[in-house]
Design a protein around this ligand. Structure first.
Ligand code: ADP
Ligand code: MG
Length: 378
Protein backbone atom coordinates (compact mmCIF):
# COMPACT_ATOMS: atom_id res chain seq x y z
CA UNK A 1 0.00 0.00 0.00
CA UNK A 2 1.46 3.30 -1.06
CA UNK A 3 2.85 5.47 1.67
CA UNK A 4 1.59 8.99 1.81
CA UNK A 5 4.46 11.35 1.26
CA UNK A 6 2.80 14.49 2.48
CA UNK A 7 5.94 16.55 2.12
CA UNK A 8 5.21 16.74 -1.59
CA UNK A 9 2.21 18.89 -0.73
CA UNK A 10 4.52 21.71 0.20
CA UNK A 11 6.50 21.56 -3.01
CA UNK A 12 3.59 21.53 -5.39
CA UNK A 13 2.83 24.93 -6.88
CA UNK A 14 -0.60 26.32 -7.75
CA UNK A 15 0.17 25.48 -11.39
CA UNK A 16 0.89 21.88 -10.44
CA UNK A 17 -2.49 21.65 -8.79
CA UNK A 18 -4.15 23.27 -11.73
CA UNK A 19 -2.71 20.62 -13.99
CA UNK A 20 -3.62 17.78 -11.61
CA UNK A 21 -7.17 19.11 -11.44
CA UNK A 22 -7.27 19.35 -15.22
CA UNK A 23 -6.42 15.66 -15.47
CA UNK A 24 -9.12 14.90 -12.92
CA UNK A 25 -11.64 16.85 -14.98
CA UNK A 26 -10.48 15.28 -18.21
CA UNK A 27 -10.96 11.84 -16.70
CA UNK A 28 -14.65 12.55 -16.49
CA UNK A 29 -14.97 11.56 -20.13
CA UNK A 30 -11.54 10.30 -21.09
CA UNK A 31 -9.84 7.24 -19.76
CA UNK A 32 -6.52 8.78 -20.70
CA UNK A 33 -6.20 12.52 -20.90
CA UNK A 34 -4.02 13.73 -23.78
CA UNK A 35 -1.60 16.52 -22.93
CA UNK A 36 -3.34 18.89 -25.29
CA UNK A 37 -6.69 18.46 -23.58
CA UNK A 38 -5.04 18.93 -20.19
CA UNK A 39 -3.54 22.16 -21.50
CA UNK A 40 -6.93 23.41 -22.66
CA UNK A 41 -8.63 22.58 -19.39
CA UNK A 42 -5.84 24.00 -17.27
CA UNK A 43 -5.76 27.08 -19.46
CA UNK A 44 -1.97 27.31 -19.28
CA UNK A 45 0.72 27.36 -21.95
CA UNK A 46 1.27 24.00 -23.65
CA UNK A 47 5.02 23.96 -23.11
CA UNK A 48 4.62 24.72 -19.43
CA UNK A 49 1.97 22.08 -18.94
CA UNK A 50 4.04 19.47 -20.69
CA UNK A 51 6.90 20.00 -18.30
CA UNK A 52 4.62 19.90 -15.27
CA UNK A 53 2.98 16.69 -16.48
CA UNK A 54 6.35 14.99 -16.80
CA UNK A 55 7.39 16.22 -13.39
CA UNK A 56 4.23 14.84 -11.79
CA UNK A 57 4.74 11.48 -13.44
CA UNK A 58 8.14 11.37 -11.77
CA UNK A 59 6.47 11.94 -8.40
CA UNK A 60 3.91 9.25 -9.34
CA UNK A 61 0.97 11.60 -9.00
CA UNK A 62 0.15 10.91 -12.62
CA UNK A 63 0.89 8.03 -14.90
CA UNK A 64 1.42 8.19 -18.62
CA UNK A 65 -0.07 5.31 -20.53
CA UNK A 66 -0.39 4.09 -24.05
CA UNK A 67 -3.96 3.57 -25.13
CA UNK A 68 -5.31 1.84 -28.20
CA UNK A 69 -5.91 4.99 -30.16
CA UNK A 70 -4.09 7.65 -28.25
CA UNK A 71 -1.81 8.06 -25.27
CA UNK A 72 -2.42 10.17 -22.26
CA UNK A 73 -2.26 10.77 -18.56
CA UNK A 74 -4.30 9.59 -15.67
CA UNK A 75 -4.43 10.34 -12.00
CA UNK A 76 -2.85 7.81 -9.64
CA UNK A 77 -4.05 7.09 -6.10
CA UNK A 78 -1.43 9.45 -4.81
CA UNK A 79 -2.47 12.16 -7.26
CA UNK A 80 -6.05 11.95 -6.12
CA UNK A 81 -4.97 11.92 -2.48
CA UNK A 82 -2.97 15.10 -2.97
CA UNK A 83 -5.84 16.94 -4.58
CA UNK A 84 -8.08 16.19 -1.63
CA UNK A 85 -5.40 16.80 0.99
CA UNK A 86 -4.48 20.10 -0.58
CA UNK A 87 -8.06 21.29 -0.21
CA UNK A 88 -8.33 20.04 3.37
CA UNK A 89 -5.05 21.75 4.19
CA UNK A 90 -6.11 25.01 2.59
CA UNK A 91 -9.30 24.97 4.60
CA UNK A 92 -7.12 24.45 7.68
CA UNK A 93 -9.03 21.30 8.55
CA UNK A 94 -5.72 19.48 8.76
CA UNK A 95 -2.15 20.57 9.11
CA UNK A 96 -0.02 17.59 10.00
CA UNK A 97 0.07 13.87 9.49
CA UNK A 98 0.52 11.09 11.99
CA UNK A 99 0.56 7.33 11.69
CA UNK A 100 -1.56 5.10 9.62
CA UNK A 101 -3.86 3.38 12.10
CA UNK A 102 -5.83 1.11 9.87
CA UNK A 103 -6.14 -0.52 6.52
CA UNK A 104 -9.77 -1.42 6.05
CA UNK A 105 -11.38 -3.39 3.28
CA UNK A 106 -11.88 -0.24 1.32
CA UNK A 107 -9.96 2.44 3.08
CA UNK A 108 -6.73 3.70 4.57
CA UNK A 109 -6.99 5.40 7.93
CA UNK A 110 -4.55 7.98 9.30
CA UNK A 111 -4.27 10.16 12.35
CA UNK A 112 -4.05 13.83 11.38
CA UNK A 113 -4.00 17.05 13.39
CA UNK A 114 -5.04 20.63 12.92
CA UNK A 115 -3.31 23.88 13.83
CA UNK A 116 -4.31 23.54 17.50
CA UNK A 117 -2.83 20.04 17.51
CA UNK A 118 -6.18 18.39 18.01
CA UNK A 119 -6.02 14.91 16.54
CA UNK A 120 -8.56 13.64 14.02
CA UNK A 121 -9.10 10.54 11.99
CA UNK A 122 -8.64 10.77 8.22
CA UNK A 123 -10.30 8.08 6.14
CA UNK A 124 -9.29 7.74 2.50
CA UNK A 125 -11.87 5.72 0.64
CA UNK A 126 -10.52 3.34 -1.97
CA UNK A 127 -13.03 1.54 -4.05
CA UNK A 128 -13.14 -0.30 -7.28
CA UNK A 129 -9.56 -1.12 -8.04
CA UNK A 130 -7.65 -3.78 -6.18
CA UNK A 131 -9.22 -6.80 -7.79
CA UNK A 132 -9.14 -5.83 -11.34
CA UNK A 133 -5.53 -6.71 -11.88
CA UNK A 134 -6.44 -10.31 -11.16
CA UNK A 135 -8.94 -10.43 -13.92
CA UNK A 136 -7.24 -11.09 -17.20
CA UNK A 137 -8.24 -11.40 -20.82
CA UNK A 138 -11.47 -9.63 -21.56
CA UNK A 139 -10.37 -6.91 -19.25
CA UNK A 140 -7.91 -5.52 -21.74
CA UNK A 141 -10.49 -3.49 -23.53
CA UNK A 142 -11.97 -2.21 -20.34
CA UNK A 143 -8.73 -1.59 -18.59
CA UNK A 144 -8.78 2.14 -18.98
CA UNK A 145 -12.48 2.39 -18.38
CA UNK A 146 -11.76 1.47 -14.81
CA UNK A 147 -9.46 4.32 -14.23
CA UNK A 148 -12.15 6.96 -14.09
CA UNK A 149 -14.79 5.16 -12.15
CA UNK A 150 -12.72 4.43 -9.07
CA UNK A 151 -12.60 8.17 -8.67
CA UNK A 152 -16.38 8.37 -8.60
CA UNK A 153 -16.94 5.29 -6.50
CA UNK A 154 -14.46 6.39 -3.86
CA UNK A 155 -15.88 9.84 -3.87
CA UNK A 156 -19.47 8.69 -3.59
CA UNK A 157 -18.48 6.38 -0.77
CA UNK A 158 -16.85 9.23 1.19
CA UNK A 159 -19.72 11.60 0.56
CA UNK A 160 -22.27 9.05 1.69
CA UNK A 161 -20.27 8.38 4.80
CA UNK A 162 -20.06 12.04 5.69
CA UNK A 163 -23.76 12.62 5.05
CA UNK A 164 -24.84 9.66 7.18
CA UNK A 165 -22.47 10.50 10.01
CA UNK A 166 -23.79 14.01 10.15
CA UNK A 167 -27.43 12.90 10.12
CA UNK A 168 -26.72 10.33 12.84
CA UNK A 169 -24.76 12.69 15.06
CA UNK A 170 -27.54 15.29 14.80
CA UNK A 171 -29.91 12.68 16.22
CA UNK A 172 -27.67 11.79 19.11
CA UNK A 173 -26.27 8.51 17.84
CA UNK A 174 -22.84 7.53 19.13
CA UNK A 175 -20.79 8.11 15.96
CA UNK A 176 -17.55 10.04 15.41
CA UNK A 177 -18.20 13.70 14.81
CA UNK A 178 -17.78 14.41 11.09
CA UNK A 179 -15.44 17.36 10.59
CA UNK A 180 -14.95 17.85 6.86
CA UNK A 181 -14.64 15.98 3.60
CA UNK A 182 -13.28 16.44 0.14
CA UNK A 183 -13.35 14.03 -2.78
CA UNK A 184 -12.63 10.56 -1.31
CA UNK A 185 -11.37 11.81 2.08
CA UNK A 186 -13.37 12.17 5.28
CA UNK A 187 -12.02 13.86 8.40
CA UNK A 188 -13.77 12.84 11.60
CA UNK A 189 -13.34 12.72 15.34
CA UNK A 190 -10.68 10.27 16.47
CA UNK A 191 -12.27 7.69 18.74
CA UNK A 192 -10.07 6.95 21.74
CA UNK A 193 -10.33 3.24 22.26
CA UNK A 194 -10.25 0.19 20.07
CA UNK A 195 -12.51 -1.94 17.93
CA UNK A 196 -14.71 -4.46 19.71
CA UNK A 197 -12.85 -7.27 17.94
CA UNK A 198 -9.81 -6.54 20.13
CA UNK A 199 -11.75 -6.69 23.38
CA UNK A 200 -11.73 -9.89 25.39
CA UNK A 201 -13.41 -8.73 28.53
CA UNK A 202 -16.12 -6.24 29.35
CA UNK A 203 -17.57 -5.20 32.71
CA UNK A 204 -21.14 -5.97 31.82
CA UNK A 205 -21.61 -8.18 28.80
CA UNK A 206 -25.38 -8.14 28.95
CA UNK A 207 -25.56 -4.36 29.13
CA UNK A 208 -23.29 -3.99 26.09
CA UNK A 209 -25.32 -6.56 24.16
CA UNK A 210 -28.54 -4.73 24.97
CA UNK A 211 -27.04 -1.40 24.04
CA UNK A 212 -25.88 -2.65 20.65
CA UNK A 213 -29.22 -4.31 19.87
CA UNK A 214 -30.92 -1.10 20.91
CA UNK A 215 -28.74 0.82 18.49
CA UNK A 216 -29.71 -1.46 15.61
CA UNK A 217 -33.39 -0.86 16.38
CA UNK A 218 -32.96 2.87 16.88
CA UNK A 219 -31.17 3.14 13.55
CA UNK A 220 -34.03 1.29 11.87
CA UNK A 221 -36.57 3.52 13.58
CA UNK A 222 -34.75 6.35 11.84
CA UNK A 223 -35.02 4.60 8.50
CA UNK A 224 -31.57 3.04 8.13
CA UNK A 225 -29.72 -0.24 8.54
CA UNK A 226 -25.98 -0.10 9.10
CA UNK A 227 -25.35 -3.11 6.89
CA UNK A 228 -21.97 -4.03 8.36
CA UNK A 229 -22.69 -3.94 12.06
CA UNK A 230 -19.90 -6.16 13.33
CA UNK A 231 -17.05 -6.20 15.84
CA UNK A 232 -14.74 -4.35 13.41
CA UNK A 233 -17.10 -1.42 12.98
CA UNK A 234 -17.95 -0.96 16.64
CA UNK A 235 -15.33 0.93 18.61
CA UNK A 236 -15.30 0.66 22.39
CA UNK A 237 -14.20 3.88 24.05
CA UNK A 238 -12.01 3.92 27.13
CA UNK A 239 -15.16 4.43 29.24
CA UNK A 240 -16.64 1.23 27.78
CA UNK A 241 -19.21 2.97 25.59
CA UNK A 242 -19.67 1.86 21.97
CA UNK A 243 -19.19 4.15 18.97
CA UNK A 244 -20.38 3.02 15.55
CA UNK A 245 -18.21 3.64 12.48
CA UNK A 246 -18.06 2.82 8.76
CA UNK A 247 -21.23 3.97 6.98
CA UNK A 248 -20.85 3.96 3.20
CA UNK A 249 -22.90 0.80 2.84
CA UNK A 250 -25.87 1.93 4.94
CA UNK A 251 -29.23 1.04 3.39
CA UNK A 252 -32.75 2.27 3.81
CA UNK A 253 -35.30 0.22 5.73
CA UNK A 254 -37.38 0.60 2.56
CA UNK A 255 -34.84 -1.38 0.58
CA UNK A 256 -36.26 -4.56 -0.88
CA UNK A 257 -33.79 -6.69 1.07
CA UNK A 258 -33.96 -4.58 4.21
CA UNK A 259 -35.21 -7.35 6.42
CA UNK A 260 -32.31 -9.63 5.45
CA UNK A 261 -29.78 -6.87 6.13
CA UNK A 262 -31.40 -6.10 9.44
CA UNK A 263 -31.26 -9.75 10.47
CA UNK A 264 -27.69 -10.05 9.38
CA UNK A 265 -26.67 -7.11 11.57
CA UNK A 266 -28.49 -8.63 14.52
CA UNK A 267 -26.92 -12.03 13.90
CA UNK A 268 -23.43 -10.54 13.67
CA UNK A 269 -23.80 -9.32 17.23
CA UNK A 270 -25.41 -12.53 18.49
CA UNK A 271 -22.68 -14.65 16.92
CA UNK A 272 -19.88 -12.47 18.20
CA UNK A 273 -21.19 -12.40 21.76
CA UNK A 274 -21.58 -16.16 21.75
CA UNK A 275 -18.13 -16.73 20.32
CA UNK A 276 -16.22 -14.17 22.34
CA UNK A 277 -18.06 -13.95 25.66
CA UNK A 278 -20.07 -17.18 25.69
CA UNK A 279 -23.14 -14.99 26.00
CA UNK A 280 -26.48 -15.98 24.50
CA UNK A 281 -29.81 -14.32 24.94
CA UNK A 282 -33.28 -15.22 23.79
CA UNK A 283 -33.92 -11.55 23.39
CA UNK A 284 -33.01 -10.07 20.09
CA UNK A 285 -34.81 -7.64 17.84
CA UNK A 286 -36.63 -8.55 14.64
CA UNK A 287 -37.62 -6.42 11.68
CA UNK A 288 -41.16 -6.32 13.05
CA UNK A 289 -39.92 -4.45 16.12
CA UNK A 290 -39.19 -1.35 14.07
CA UNK A 291 -41.44 1.63 14.59
CA UNK A 292 -40.51 4.30 12.11
CA UNK A 293 -40.15 7.76 13.62
CA UNK A 294 -37.76 9.52 11.24
CA UNK A 295 -36.26 9.25 7.75
CA UNK A 296 -32.50 9.60 7.63
CA UNK A 297 -32.56 7.52 4.45
CA UNK A 298 -34.76 10.04 2.65
CA UNK A 299 -32.85 12.99 4.07
CA UNK A 300 -29.52 11.76 2.80
CA UNK A 301 -30.95 10.93 -0.60
CA UNK A 302 -32.66 14.28 -0.90
CA UNK A 303 -29.42 16.11 -0.17
CA UNK A 304 -28.44 14.96 -3.67
CA UNK A 305 -24.80 14.45 -2.89
CA UNK A 306 -24.14 12.40 -6.01
CA UNK A 307 -25.54 15.11 -8.20
CA UNK A 308 -23.48 17.63 -6.29
CA UNK A 309 -20.35 15.95 -7.58
CA UNK A 310 -21.46 16.39 -11.17
CA UNK A 311 -22.37 19.98 -10.53
CA UNK A 312 -18.94 20.80 -9.13
CA UNK A 313 -17.24 19.41 -12.17
CA UNK A 314 -19.55 21.27 -14.53
CA UNK A 315 -19.00 24.48 -12.62
CA UNK A 316 -15.27 24.11 -12.94
CA UNK A 317 -15.56 23.57 -16.66
CA UNK A 318 -17.93 26.47 -17.15
CA UNK A 319 -15.81 28.81 -15.06
CA UNK A 320 -12.86 27.95 -17.20
CA UNK A 321 -14.79 28.58 -20.39
CA UNK A 322 -14.74 25.00 -21.57
CA UNK A 323 -17.62 23.55 -23.49
CA UNK A 324 -16.91 20.03 -22.58
CA UNK A 325 -19.16 18.30 -25.07
CA UNK A 326 -17.40 19.89 -28.00
CA UNK A 327 -14.08 18.74 -26.75
CA UNK A 328 -14.91 15.09 -26.83
CA UNK A 329 -12.94 13.38 -29.51
CA UNK A 330 -14.34 10.79 -31.88
CA UNK A 331 -13.52 7.86 -29.76
CA UNK A 332 -15.52 9.06 -26.86
CA UNK A 333 -18.50 10.39 -28.69
CA UNK A 334 -19.29 7.14 -30.50
CA UNK A 335 -21.28 5.46 -27.81
CA UNK A 336 -20.31 7.23 -24.68
CA UNK A 337 -23.48 6.58 -22.75
CA UNK A 338 -23.26 2.87 -23.10
CA UNK A 339 -19.62 2.85 -22.32
CA UNK A 340 -20.17 4.86 -19.22
CA UNK A 341 -22.73 2.38 -18.10
CA UNK A 342 -20.38 -0.46 -18.93
CA UNK A 343 -17.76 1.31 -16.97
CA UNK A 344 -20.00 1.30 -13.97
CA UNK A 345 -21.00 -2.32 -14.30
CA UNK A 346 -17.37 -3.32 -14.50
CA UNK A 347 -16.68 -1.53 -11.32
CA UNK A 348 -19.48 -3.29 -9.62
CA UNK A 349 -17.82 -6.55 -10.58
CA UNK A 350 -14.63 -5.38 -9.01
CA UNK A 351 -16.49 -4.24 -5.96
CA UNK A 352 -18.03 -7.64 -5.59
CA UNK A 353 -14.73 -9.35 -5.41
CA UNK A 354 -13.44 -6.83 -2.90
CA UNK A 355 -16.38 -7.02 -0.58
CA UNK A 356 -17.33 -10.61 -0.55
CA UNK A 357 -19.78 -10.61 2.29
CA UNK A 358 -21.25 -7.27 1.43
CA UNK A 359 -21.51 -8.19 -2.16
CA UNK A 360 -25.20 -7.87 -2.81
CA UNK A 361 -25.68 -4.77 -0.84
CA UNK A 362 -22.89 -2.81 -2.34
CA UNK A 363 -23.80 -3.95 -5.76
CA UNK A 364 -27.22 -2.45 -5.40
CA UNK A 365 -26.42 0.66 -3.42
CA UNK A 366 -23.30 1.75 -5.20
CA UNK A 367 -24.72 0.92 -8.57
CA UNK A 368 -27.77 3.05 -7.88
CA UNK A 369 -25.71 5.96 -6.68
CA UNK A 370 -23.23 5.66 -9.43
CA UNK A 371 -25.89 5.49 -12.09
CA UNK A 372 -27.60 8.47 -10.59
CA UNK A 373 -24.38 10.41 -10.62
CA UNK A 374 -23.67 9.73 -14.26
CA UNK A 375 -27.21 9.75 -15.57
CA UNK A 376 -28.74 12.83 -13.99
CA UNK A 377 -26.20 15.55 -14.59
CA UNK A 378 -27.00 19.05 -13.31
P1 ADP B 1 -13.38 0.17 6.24
O1 ADP B 1 -14.55 0.70 5.48
O2 ADP B 1 -12.20 0.07 5.36
O3 ADP B 1 -13.70 -1.06 7.00
P2 ADP B 1 -13.49 1.62 8.76
O4 ADP B 1 -14.23 2.91 8.79
O5 ADP B 1 -14.20 0.45 9.32
O6 ADP B 1 -12.99 1.34 7.27
O7 ADP B 1 -12.11 1.83 9.52
C1 ADP B 1 -11.12 0.82 9.56
C2 ADP B 1 -10.44 0.80 10.93
O8 ADP B 1 -9.85 2.07 11.22
C3 ADP B 1 -11.43 0.57 12.07
O9 ADP B 1 -11.62 -0.79 12.33
C4 ADP B 1 -10.78 1.29 13.24
O10 ADP B 1 -9.82 0.47 13.86
C5 ADP B 1 -10.07 2.46 12.57
N1 ADP B 1 -10.91 3.67 12.64
C6 ADP B 1 -11.85 4.06 11.74
N2 ADP B 1 -12.44 5.21 12.09
C7 ADP B 1 -11.88 5.58 13.25
C8 ADP B 1 -12.07 6.71 14.15
N3 ADP B 1 -12.95 7.67 13.90
N4 ADP B 1 -11.30 6.76 15.26
C9 ADP B 1 -10.39 5.79 15.53
N5 ADP B 1 -10.17 4.72 14.74
C10 ADP B 1 -10.90 4.60 13.61
MG1 MG C 1 -14.92 -1.32 8.62
Amino acid sequence: MGKLDVKILRYLTPEDFRVLTAIEMGMKNHELVPALLATQIANLRYGGVHKLLKEMCKHKLLSYERGKRYDGYRLTNAGYDYLALKVLTQRETIRSFGNQIGVGKESNIYVVANEEETSFCLKLHRLGRTCFRNIKGKRDYHQHRHSASWLYLSRISATREFAYMKALLDRGFPVPKPIDFNRHCVVMELVEGGPLCNINEVDNVEALYDELMDLIVRLANHGVIHGDFNEFNIMIKDDGKPVIIDFPQMVSTEHENAEAYFERDVNCIRDFFKRRFGYESELYPTFQDISREDSIDAEVKASGFARQIEKEIDTFLTENGIDYKEEKDNEDSEDSEEETYENCVDNIEDLKCQLKDLQLQNEIVVKEEFNASIRDPV
